[in-house]
Design a protein around this ligand. Structure first.
Ligand code: GLA
Length: 413
């Protein structure tokens, strides 16, 4: 404060003018619009949900190969993300290096391997002094860490929020945003701050996606008690999303956490979880062992019709239209006048759902879209059974198994 007031008035004015007028923008402000990095929700895979701290270059290479072999890459999954615990130590200058036992060839060589398969590499750090797994965090080393990631050819950074003490969340994520931008290498910045400091209010100008909740668990309906914290069920997470849909859109997404498809849910639950994440325009980051997944799991993760709903260019999240007796109807406006609709059965027993389009009026003030079923006809296609179900002139009647969905696309005729 003292130094500021001691600057003579005219000098202060000149300095301010120099900053605002002809001075070239600093390098970090000249980067290609970061909002172009994720015009649709990011898709990929992450090690954490299945492997926790047990990461290695072998796992990442085999996973990249499996993503090609299983058709995941061709279905749109792009990022292969190493989560916590890849770290070794900082060197005498403060630069971070990977754990030499787990990553003996180094991250650069791993990035080359992943890139050679048409995929991109993601890495993980933390805004605090240590990661959640107790590894070195980026606090005080943001620029050095970003430089290393760029040098290695990293394309995506998930940035966590453990051990941050009194840090300002917005400020800390902005620091890493600027550090990344300063490297000149485009990297998706995934804000993993669990929704504690309302990242939806400031995240769009800082990163491409922000976690909206605490960690997901492989459970559909019941949260998992871990003593001093809980892993949230799929349904708990869904229930936290409706007030946030206004904040997401192309380039900036609400992130209700990574997928648990293939991690022990029933086939119905896998389908419902994947459908609802697609309806919510959530990032689709698989979290299972894709090297050995059964074909039933692969067919959920690679359902292109459902993925097309998630990746729709309009980028508007679904809204809950109705909820009766554990059966919810969700609608998502899509580009070119189409809609997606999901009937979610939260109950432990099957439910028959009937939806008489002619008596319903669906409109969305956020997107300004409405579906006038009496004036416009739509063709109805079931995205899981792949059957055409006629048009909206006739009611839809379907049996929805326990913890499952019926998901359809309405194509304007
Ligand atoms: C936090 C994050 C998880 C995972 C772990 C790693 O809990 O929310 O997604 O990255 O840290 O330690």
């Amino acid at each position: 404060m003292k130094a500021r007031t001691s600057i003579p008035g005219c000098l202060a004015v000149m300095a301010a003018a120099a900053l605002t007028a002809a001075a070239p923008l600093p390098a970090f402000a000249q980067q290609p619009a970061a909002s172009q990095l994720a015009l649709t929700p990011p898709m990929g895979w992450n090690s954490w949900n299945k492997f926790g701290c047990d990461v290695s270059e072998k796992l990442i290479r085999e996973t990249a190969d499996a993503m090609v072999r299983t058709g995941m890459r061709d279905a749109g999954y792009t990022y292969v993300n190493i989560d916590d615990c890849w770290h070794g130590q900082r060197d005498s200058l403060g630069f971070i290096h990977p754990d030499a036992k787990r990553f003996p060839s180094g991250i650069k060589s791993l990035a080359n391997y992943v890139h050679a398969r048409g995929l991109k590499l993601g890495i993980y750090s933390d805004a605090g002094s240590k990661t959640c797994g107790g590894k070195p965090g980026s606090r005080g080393y943001e620029r050095q860490d970003a430089l290393m990631y760029a040098k290695w050819g990293v394309d995506y950074l998930k940035y966590d929020w453990c051990n941050t003490e009194e840090l300002s969340a917005h400020g800390a994520y902005l620091t890493m945003h600027d550090a990344i931008a300063g490297t000149g290498r485009p990297m998706v910045l995934s804000i993993c701050e669990w929704g504690t400091n309302k990242p939806w209010e400031w995240g769009a100008s800082v990163g491409q996606l922000w976690r909206t909740t605490g960690d997901i668990g492989a459970s559909f309906a019941a949260d998992i008690d871990r003593g001093n914290w809980k892993q949230l069920s799929v349904l708990s997470i869904i229930d936290l999303q409706p007030p946030l849909r206004q904040y997401a859109g192309p380039g900036h997404w609400n992130d209700p956490d990574m997928l648990e498809v293939g991690n022990g849910l029933t086939p119905s639950e896998d389908r419902a979880h994947f459908s609802m994440w697609s309806m919510l325009a959530a990032p689709l980051i698989a979290g299972n062992d894709v090297r050995s997944m059964p074909s039933a799991v692969a067919s959920v993760l690679t359902n292109r019709d459902v993925i097309a709903v998630n990746q729709d260019s309009l980028g508007v999240e679904a809204f809950r239209y109705s909820a009766t007796d554990s059966v919810e109807v969700w609608f998502k406006p899509l580009a070119h006048g189409d809609w997606a609709m999901a009937i979610l059965n939260r109950a432990n027993a099957p439910r028959r759902a009937t939806f008489d389009w002619q008596g319903e009026s669906v409109s969305d003030s956020l997107s300004g879209r409405s579906a006038g079923f009496t004036t416009t006809r739509y063709a109805v296609r079931d995205l899981w059974s792949k059957r055409d179900l006629g048009t909206t002139e006739h009611p839809l009647s379907a049996e929805v198994p326990a913890h499952d969905v019926v998901m359809v696309r309405l194509r304007k005729l």
